[in-house]
Ligand binder design. Structure first.
Ligand code: ADP
Ligand code: ZN
Length: 500
């Protein structure tokens, strides 16, 4: 039931979470020599709660603590306790502590503690007795051992708010350590750590990849390198080049290309115009993020995509930037209509995204002069570690109408701006759409060149017909787990905005 592993993980394997690391170094000292630590007057918590999004390295960090101290490492997942037959969960907890006591010094890691540790007495139909018994057993055991024994319990969760308060009392999990998504320097450090296991071609700059991956977790970055290695191997390259790293990044972020998806010529043309609309307006406006690339190769759920990448981590958004983003988002539908004289359902994702942005501007970011710096409604959607979604309306009907009007105004104004830009540059729009039909994918510079000069020199090589070289692969590449920051709806595939 418990995994006692041969554990050689050290702090060198954990990167980009320096603050969390700093907070746990003393645990290593403690595990190395609990008696000495206590003679010096140190007080060590029994239980530590690591809080953070999935894939940020909580398990890895716990393992590294044990590895550094040469202590035994036991791990179990909270869901393992509750998926048992009645009465088994509680006895598992007791077994676990018994084993731990026999093998000190040791570190016990409980992943997904929220599976057992949710507040008691809130379940439907009288609650979940099994889970409560397990939780009670855990509380009793935590109270029953002494830190002098040389046992440390670390539990991990991304929902600290749902935990039973009894778990967080002094003498239990009374210390919290937050493990955040890495910033750009952290991402570069994590990429470096994982690149030890793969072969990079000369000239690869991991800093560029780090800048192009805001919002990625450590696990996604590890995944990116792995995907890039697979791609390079499929193409019989000697080392991983920037091309594979970028393709792997796009795949992890936006889903894998689906070149085999059957699209009619009409759909292809409409998609080319739609994406060209996004791309041209992105290039023309001043406060947008650099255009990464635009493609009519289906990827994930989208028929085509226009991808922009912020130059650095987005810690806050500005009003001009948001207005321009909404204009870019509207531009797909506008271009489609200019070309087909009709409109399709393909803009659903764009509409949803633009509405969400405009609403946040009005309701949470104080960016509507009419409604002022007042928060309307609770802000839960934007809080990662939020409580259960309880939507409360804390404003009057009249205010609700005003909010609706302001949201509509913001969207309409930006729609009109985008429409005017596209009408003024109709020839360029047409050129980009034609280039997309011919070459399928254009990068940001190529679109900028067409918009500026009216031509593309030299043109990119025409796309190979059929799947990429070597594909279809004999074994499908492993699917990428979906990361937690909400993925944006298909259509204009932009990275998830980071909201402070
Ligand atoms: P969590 O427990 O927070 O969900 P994990 O520790 O299980 O995340 O991370 C999964 C894998 O992702 C790790 O084994 C490691 O390969 C990679 N990883 C995640 N975070 C980091 C990090 N900060 N530094 C290096 N690698 C990381
Ligand atoms: Zn779109």
């Amino acid at each position: 039931m418990l995994n006692k592993e041969k554990n050689r993980t050290t702090f060198k394997d954990v990167a980009g979470v320096e603050e969390a690391k700093d907070e746990v170094v003393e645990l290593v000292e403690f595990l190395k020599d609990p008696k000495k630590f206590q003679r010096l007057g140190g007080r060590i918590p029994k239980g530590i709660l690591m809080v953070g999004p999935p894939g940020t390295g909580k398990t890895l960090l716990a393992k590294a603590i044990a590895g550094e101290a040469d202590a035994a490492f036991y791990s179990i997942s909270g869901s393992d306790f509750v998926e048992m037959f009645v009465g088994v969960g509680a006895s598992r907890v007791r077994d676990m502590f018994e084993q731990a006591r026999k093998n000190t010094p040791c570190l016990v890691f409980i992943d997904e503690i929220d599976a057992v540790g949710r507040s008691r007495g809130h379940g439907l139909g009288g609650g979940n007795d099994e889970r409560e018994q397990t939780l009670n057993a855990l509380l009793v055991e935590m109270d029953g051992f002494d830190t002098q024994d040389g046992i440390i319990i670390i539990a991990a969760t991304n929902r600290p708010d749902v935990l039973d308060p009894a778990l967080l009392r002094p003498g239990r999990f009374d210390r919290q350590i937050t493990v955040n998504l890495p910033d750009v320097r952290g991402r570069e450090a994590i990429l470096k750590v994982h690149s030890r296991n793969v072969k990079l071609a000369p000239g690869v700059d991991l800093g560029v990849i780090a800048r192009g991956t805001p919002g990625f977790s450590g696990a996604e970055l590890a995944n990116l390198l792995n995907e890039a290695a697979l791609l390079a191997a499929r193409m019989n390259k000697k080392g991983i080049t920037m091309a594979e790293l970028e393709e792997a990044r796009d795949k992890v972020r936006w889903g894998r290309e689906r070149r085999s998806l059957a699209m009619t010529e009409d759909e292809k043309r409409a998609t080319a115009w739609h994406e060209a609309g996004h791309a041209v307006v992105n290039v023309l406006l001043e406060h947008t993020h650099p255009l990464h690339k635009v493609t009519i190769i289906p990827r994930g759920q989208a028929l085509g995509s226009t991808m922009w990448l912020p130059e650095k981590d987005l810690l806050s958004r500005k009003r001009k930037e948001l207005n321009d983003l909404i204009a870019v988002t509207m531009a797909g539908r506008i271009a489609e209509e200019l070309y087909t004289q009709d409109i399709s359902s393909g803009a659903a994702g764009d509409i949803q995204q633009a509405t969400a942005m405009a609403k946040a501007m009005v309701m949470h970011w104080g960016m509507s002069d009419k409604l002022g710096m007042v928060q309307y409604g609770d802000n839960q959607e934007y809080v990662f570690l939020g409580r259960d979604m309880i939507r409360s309306k804390d404003y009057s009907e009249q205010t609700a109408e005003e909010i609706d009007r302001e949201v509509k105004r913001i969207i309409t104004e930006n729609y009109d701006r985008a429409r005017q830009l596209l009408l003024d540059h109709r020839d360029r729009l047409e050129m980009v759409a034609h280039a997309l039909l011919e070459f399928e994918t254009l990068d940001g510079q190529q679109v900028a060149e067409i918009v500026k000069t009216g031509k593309l020199t030299p043109p990119p090589p025409p796309p190979e017909t059929g799947p990429p070289t070597g594909a279809p692969a004999a074994t499908p590449l492993p699917e990428v787990p979906k990361p937690l920051p909400p993925k944006l709806p298909p259509g204009l595939a932009t990275p998830a905005p980071v909201v402070p």
